[in-house]
Write a protein that binds this ligand. Sequence first.
Ligand SMILES: *[C@@H]1O[C@H](CO)[C@@H](O)[C@H](O)[C@H]1NC(C)=O
Ligand SMILES: *[C@@H]1O[C@H](CO)[C@@H](O)[C@H](O)[C@H]1NC(C)=O
Ligand SMILES: [Zn+2]
Ligand SMILES: [Zn+2]
Length: 448
Amino acid sequence: GGNCCKILYLASLRSFWHISDLHWDYTYKLGDDPSLVCSSSGRRPAEGAGKFGHYVCDSPWELINSSIYAMKNILEHPDFIVWTGDDTPHVPNEDLGEEKVLFIIEGLTQIIKQLFPKTKVYSALGNHDYHPKSQLPAEQNNIYNKVGDLWKDWMEPSSQDNFQKGGYYTERLLNRPGFRVLVLNTNLYYDQNSVTENMQDPANQLQWMDDVLSKAVLNNEKVYIIGHIPPGVFEKKRNKAWFRPHFNKRYLELIQKHHCVIMGQFFGHHHTDSFRMFYSDENPVSTIFLTPGVTPWKTTLPGVDDGANNPGIRIFEYDSETLLVKDMITFYFNLTHANNARARWEKEYRLTEAFHVPDASPASMHRIMENMAGDSCILQKYYEFNSVSYDRKPCNAGCRINHICAIREVDFEMYKHCVETGDTSPTVEGAIWLLVLSAVSEIVIPSL
Ligand SMILES: *[C@@H]1O[C@H](CO)[C@@H](O)[C@H](O)[C@H]1NC(C)=O
Ligand SMILES: *[C@@H]1O[C@H](CO)[C@@H](O)[C@H](O)[C@H]1NC(C)=O
Ligand SMILES: [Zn+2]
Ligand SMILES: [Zn+2]
């Protein structure tokens, strides 16, 4: 009976790593002048900087190295690794150039290959993985060619070909029939990308995505989508979106159209820990998981107050027969502690334990969002995880609206409506659940 099912269930529970936004600053150097520790600080003083980095700087090599070694120590044999880009430091274009960008991507590729020589890596380009930054073209170029060569051991030959043409590709997930991965180049939709500004469908990626997903539906495949810049709005700054509006709309429509085969979307770029919900007829149908960055770099985006974070890395647990995302475990590196005492990657939280949900399905993620909207303790817990336990200030009413509306509304118009009305109250169904939660003193969730 039950035992038999349990064994079957456990047999298909597998794991993979997701890392993002390593942003290696090779200029990082301790010295007498705090404003000269790293170019990525832009002269902001790195007071008390240590060998693992500083919150106004991108990652020194010691931190990059520590993060990849931590992955190996914690889980040496994941099924695969998802790596969602942004390898170079936040410095002016004049300080980089094509050769330096390629040198940095090669350095990070090498350490991952060295420590995970047999592991498949699905790697997406970030807006910082190009020179000039964010200007990723909709056609073949030297950087796509060179990076396609660096990553060729991680791709099927046809994928390498596609990657070199537009920076995106699809292939079977782990070469298993019935399972597929799409690695996207969403940098083509970035409003800072002037190369693609007047294009309807740069590099034909949207049409291609529609075709690939339509075929996946016909063939009953299960699909993961991987990319760097996500659609929707930044939760740390009201109204701050990345995609141009027509691209945001098209992306959302594609997910709604093909949601039944899309089992997870994995993105970076925010350097924060958050998620985005997709609905169809008001039912939660898909989730983007935003994995925090390794770089602690405090953003210079105007209007974001103290936007640094602790370095984070993440394991996803998934059912390898259905690709349902079962859980995620985020590990964090207390940068202050590492510099003062000892480098340590600790478990920050496991999703199902921290938020009392059975798994990381769209229904469960929706439940978490509703609980955050209705319970300030749950909101506060999410808020501290959002910066990987760096910013532990109280999340007030304005903060709640920024986060809930960003999570709930990927569509720009719906988001606008959400922040204008400030209506983040949970649905009736959610309110009932909250009553249940507060009535039961301790909820016991069977742990896996
Ligand atoms: C990389 O990290 C490992 C594990 O902590 C350590 O043994 C090694 O010395 C580090 N290498 C560098 C170059 O920092
Ligand atoms: C990180 O370490 C510092 C210094 O040891 C400590 O004050 C702080 O509370 C730690 N942060 C967390 C989230 O544990
Ligand atoms: Zn980044
Ligand atoms: Zn980015």
